[in-house]
Design a protein. Structure first.
Length: 505
């Protein structure tokens, strides 16, 4: 997810501005500033709260105080079906056929798609230069509890029509922040109770839940790595609750994305101390998970920069090293986000393979960046070649379960029709489905595996076996060199490998 505007996440501009203004106000009162300052701030606060209402004038009867909604949220949008590659119907799958078996498993079991609540139901299209562009008919411009519940109803109609089994959320996406932790928790409980009821009816599950530890100004220095002890404690309390509700909703995983766990300058940062705190925080999460009997996988989501200059979970290798150093490898896996991979200077495929060979591949945040843009643009993945490489890793991993593919992706600012929400997910699902079909073709055809096997065949020998078993010392190898003379070196055949890949796209 990209942090939109100066400090708010999509869909929360009004609420966040209000929260920031109030928080600043409280701080000023604490430090006993003058009445004049208070008055000025109050004025500023009122000016910024006056966010535009999103309930359209011709729909006012549906907005109001109730969490209910007349009729369907997505009228005219049918249940999305598989129609095959030749169809011209945008509201149908061309490649994703849930029940079809590929490489011995149903497509729906390889792919385990999930809708990200924060993008699909809280994304407004706002960016640092402009106001929201999306005015969904069910929104009334508030962040009330009733609005939260109405959105939850829309979520279940959406995932049901789309034919997706899972959804993912942050605590604060689904329920409004309160004035105190107790109030926030009570809000969350109320919305989660409805979510539980709706997901039981719709037979859906949570892929993962997480705590939003980066929007509120208290988290400006980080959460588990904040320089402030009280913030560390607040984050712990928030994660405790988020784990409880994820467990209650049958969540199969729980994610830690280090929203602001990182630094802006080493001049004022004790990096070693912050990393130790992060490890202690994660250990406490493991202990709490066990205490409440939550059996889901805990996932770390690497990201290199944004919002801090240097995020501690930079990439898969950095995160694996962190987990190893603190003895946490058995307790965590990684959630690889493709857009984060490219921001760290790697391909998504590289990150997936790094996670996989370390036994850490747990989940994929399925999105993509723009090759010409240097931030987390969170676009839906539409590149078939990239999807094929991704699926090769997933197949090698034997699938992702209990993880899956979470669409941590949003509509472009300029896409403003309700049907665009469906089209975006359909094309994202079709792209990965097509990637799976291509990966299966590559695997069944075997030429690529054969090319790789041949490339390393010099190690399929007695001396090779000794080297790989750690039984070849330098003296023995030196003797062999004297016997063999100058090594014979074969071609890497990269272009042939690319030709084989292209033949299945
Ligand atoms: C932000 C992350 C975020 C996590 C969940 O860039 O992708 O959305 O997936 O906190
Ligand atoms: Ni992201
Ligand atoms: Ni993500």
């Amino acid at each position: 997810m990209q942090v939109e505007g100066n400090w708010c996440v999509g869909g929360m501009e009004g609420e966040c501005r209000e929260m920031r203004a109030e928080w600043v106000l409280k701080l000023m009162m604490k430090s006993g500033k003058t009445l004049l300052l208070l008055l000025c701030l109050k004025l500023l606060c009122c000016a910024v709260i006056a966010a535009p209402q999103t309930c359209p004038a011709n729909n006012v009867d549906n907005c109001g105080d109730s969490d209910g909604w007349e009729g369907e949220f997505f009228p005219g949008i049918p249940k999305i079906k598989y129609e095959g590659p030749s169809t011209k119907n945008p509201l149908s799958f061309k490649w994703y056929n849930a029940e079809e078996e590929i490489l011995g498993k149903k497509m729906k079991d390889w792919l385990r798609f999930s809708v990200a609540f924060w993008h699909t139901f809280r994304g407004t299209g706002a960016d640092p230069f402009g106001a929201p562009t999306k005015y969904w008919p069910w929104e009334d411009g508030t962040n009330s509890l009733n609005m939260a519940k109405r959105r939850m109803r829309a979520n279940f109609e959406f995932i049901s029509k789309l034919g997706v089994y899972f959804w993912c959320f942050h605590d604060r996406d689904i329920a409004p922040d309160g004035k105190t932790l107790e109030e926030s928790n009570a809000n969350l409980d109320e919305v989660v109770a409805l979510a539980k009821e709706l997901q039981t009816q719709a037979k859906k599950r949570v892929l993962w839940g997480t705590a939003q530890l980066f929007v509120h100004p208290r988290y400006m220095h980080g959460a588990a790595t904040s320089s402030e002890l009280e913030v560390y404690a607040y984050a712990a309390a928030q994660v405790k609750k988020a784990m409880e509700v994820t467990h209650y909703l049958g969540g199969e995983n729980y994610v830690f994305w280090g929203g602001r766990e990182g630094y802006q300058s080493l001049l004022n940062t004790d990096m070693e101390r912050e990393l130790n705190h992060l490890a202690r925080f994660l250990e406490a999460a493991v202990a709490y998970k066990k205490k409440i009997g939550f059996n889901g996988t805990l996932l770390i989501e690497p990201k290199p920069q944004e919002p801090t200059k240097h995020q501690y979970d930079w990439d898969a290798a950095t995160s694996a090293n962190f987990l190893r150093k603190y003895g946490l490898t058995g307790e965590f896996k990684l959630n690889i986000e493709c857009n984060h991979a490219t921001l760290s200077g790697h391909s998504c495929h590289h990150e997936l393979e790094t996670a996989r060979i370390n036994g850490l591949l747990g989940n994929i945040d399925a999105n993509t960046g723009d090759p010409q843009v240097g931030w987390d643009t969170d676009q839906f993945l539409v590149d078939i070649q990239e999807a094929t490489l991704i699926m090769l890793s997933v197949v090698r991993n034997g699938g992702l379960a209990p993880g899956g593919f979470n669409f941590d992706a949003k509509l472009r600012r300029e896409s403003i029709d309700v049907e665009d929400l469906f089209i975006a997910h359909i094309v994202g699902m079709d792209t990965l489905a097509r990637g799976l079909r291509n990966a299966a073709k590559l695997i069944e055809n075997g030429s690529l595996a054969e090319l790789v096997r041949k490339r390393y065949q010099s190690f399929d020998t007695e001396i090779g076996a000794q080297i790989e078993a750690g039984k070849a010392d330098f003296e023995m190898l030196e003797k062999k060199v004297k016997e063999w003379g100058e090594p014979k070196v074969a071609s890497a055949k990269q272009e042939l490998a690319e030709m084989i890949l292209q033949s299945v796209l």
